[in-house]
Design a protein around this ligand. Structure first.
Ligand SMILES: C[S@@+](CC[C@H](N)C(=O)[O-])C[C@H]1O[C@@H](n2cnc3c(N)ncnc32)[C@H](O)[C@@H]1O
Length: 381
């Protein structure tokens, strides 16, 4: 397997920055093909007859990608050895994990955990990701945002009964006036279903304890109509710095950030919040459409370490929830060991909490969006 330590999105961003003369169509083709080649890497290498540890020729990878998508190859010497018959012969002998382009360990783990659902989820996670926007209702509404973006040649459709737009024709989203005015945030439509589980109201005190760059904190602030208090915490200051900039652009002024330096930062906040969001670090297996390189970077023992960390965060950070308050545990994982099993273990040890709502989005099974899990727990008075 030939992979570098670099993240695909960063490499793509760098190349696009260098190739300033490419038009929008060229840029989109480059992004789509790069993500697809990473997504289908294992299937492509197997079709070409490579072993897992071989370093394949990139000409061959590109050629196989074209042929398997029913395209004709250009008459280049680097590609003369390739034919669709050769690829299909090799694929006839391939395993399900190879055909669906997953590492064996992940295929095995997910099949054990999800049973018959896994094949559909595996296929659902191989679809290219769509782009969704969350309207910042502190500044505008979804229809006005749609009209404003259309003026800049960015077409969107409104998802019924939501503030979510699906982008159907791309333009320079982040150079748009709507973006600089803070009218939207890019956020998957599945991810937009997590903050509502908190059932926030204006005036409440809310902590988002694994806030990262603040996708969900900003959503919470909008749902609270900018009234009350949101504390966004993380162990990485650079993420909180991005969050502060985003909050400023979004016109959010009831939010503070705080770096978690040690266990005291959280202990001091015991019983202080009406709502607690724990959007814990996870395998990211629900968002493989967006980050297909994670398939090749993850390892089974990373997931085991994450499961231990998630359990610790849930146990320690739940202390910040007041009696009568609500806690939401969330992941972007499709694995029950990071989701339902964590919550059930927590409830067994903490009978003062009761499960009141549970959301499980499984691509290919019950959603076209990314895979997310959320459980809302209420702390009894
Ligand atoms: C799933 S991401 C959060 C995404 C974010 N909520 C959003 O909506 O954009 C998980 C976050 O947890 C943070 N994290 C990792 N370990 C942590 C810990 N022990 N306490 C708090 N945050 C932690 C990571 O830095 C990461 O930003």
């Amino acid at each position: 397997m030939m992979f570098t330590e670099q993240y695909a999105d960063k490499v793509i961003e760098r190349v696009l920055g260098e190739q300033t003369y490419w038009d929008l169509t060229n840029r989109q083709t480059f992004v789509t093909d790069t993500y697809n080649i990473i997504r289908w890497w294992r299937k492509l290498t197997v079709a070409l007859g490579y072993e897992d540890n071989d370093s394949p020729s990139m000409w061959h990878i590109w050629g196989a990608y074209q042929l398997l998508n029913a395209k004709t190859l250009p008459d280049w010497s680097e590609l003369t050895a390739l034919s669709i018959e050769l690829l299909n012969d090799n694929l006839d002998k391939a395993t399900s994990a190879q055909l669906n382009s997953y590492p064996d360990w992940l295929w095995q783990r997910a099949s054990n955990e999800l049973g018959e659902q896994w094949l559909n989820v595996a296929q659902g996670l191989n679809n290219p990701a769509k782009t969704y926007l969350r309207t910042n209702t502190l500044k505008t509404n979804a229809s006005a945002l749609q009209v404003e973006l259309a003026r800049e040649n960015i077409e969107c459709q409104l998802l019924p009964d939501t503030d979510t737009l699906e982008v159907t024709k791309y333009g320079h989203l982040f150079k748009s006036k709507a973006f600089s005015q803070g009218w939207f945030e890019m956020q998957d439509a599945g991810s937009q279903q997590i903050a509502p589980l908190l059932n926030v109201k204006p005036g409440l005190r809310v902590v988002d304890a694994c806030a990262g760059a603040g996708g969900k904190s900003l959503h919470i602030a909008a749902l609270m109509q900018n009234k009350g208090y949101v504390l966004s915490m993380d162990i990485h200051q650079h993420k909180l710095d991005i969050l502060k900039k985003r909050a400023k652009r979004a016109g959010v002024h009831m939010l503070e950030t705080r770096l978690i330096k040690n266990s005291k930062t959280v202990k001091r906040l015991k019983d202080k919040f009406d709502r607690v969001l724990l959007d814990v670090p996870c395998s990211g297996t629900g968002v493989l459409r967006r980050n297909p390189d994670a398939k090749w970077q993850l390892a089974n023992n990373n997931i085991e370490n994450l499961i231990t960390l998630q359990g610790e965060i849930l146990q320690r950070y739940s202390q910040m929830c007041k009696p009568g308050g609500r806690l939401v545990y969330a992941t972007c994982s499709i694995l029950p060991s990071e989701n339902q099993q964590q919550v059930h273990a927590f409830l067994e040890n903490n009978p003062q909490f009761k499960l009141v709502e549970e959301l499980s989005l499984l691509p290919g099974v019950n959603t076209h969006f990314d895979g997310f899990y959320g459980a809302a727990l209420e702390r009894q008075v």
